[in-house]
Design a protein. Sequence first.
Length: 263
Amino acid sequence: MPVPAIISEETFEAAQHRLNRNVQMARRNNTTYTYLLRGLVSCGQCRLTCGGRTLHPGYHYYFCRGRTDSLRLALGERCTARYAPAQVLDALVWQDLCRVLSDPALITHELERAQMGAWLPQALHARRQTLRDVLAQLERQQARLLDLYLAEVIEREEFARRRKEVAQSQHGFTQQLRQLDTQAQQHVNVAALSQGLEAFCQRLQPTLDKLTFAQRRQLVELLIDRVIVNDTQVEIRYVVPTGPTGETTPFCHLRLDYLDLEP
């Protein structure tokens, strides 16, 4: 028999996502070493999350779970990624994070690229290109109509009617393209965002050298979404809050498909 839902489907999905995130970020009763990047490191070869491991006599590493996953072992797909020294990787990432926060111009540069269209959604890029192609085709139609009229293939009345129809189509598509261009410009307002980002960085800069491990961990969770390690190459994927609300909402709560994007 049907039973009415106690909570909404959106609330249920949010709770499940939060539970999964808690499992990923949990310390697992680890008291041997405090991993600064716990739950944030991914393998550059197989993209699985890396865990922490301490080996005798006190060496600490991030290791890919694909090395020990039983299913991968059975399928002959065991990951061969090397262990990443935890202390070295933690220090490297923290140093880079401090560098970014100490130079807001680095962030502003990326925002300027975003305003130029580098960060626009693929669907918006495709729609703009489609409209440009249609407008170019209509321009060619206008030219062909004029050639037909000059060659006396069509009468003046027919030429005027068809030319008016094409002009109306051009006007409609031009309006759509202008709207998309406006939407693209509004996608990232560099001037407004830069002010907020600079203020955010200025608040943090004087305290970076005085933070406790717990405070550094909290800052890392907020500003670093993923650290991808591939042998000696390290890719740090930052997420910088663009307003007061963003300072309390980790990026992982907003999107999960970033791992499928090209660097």
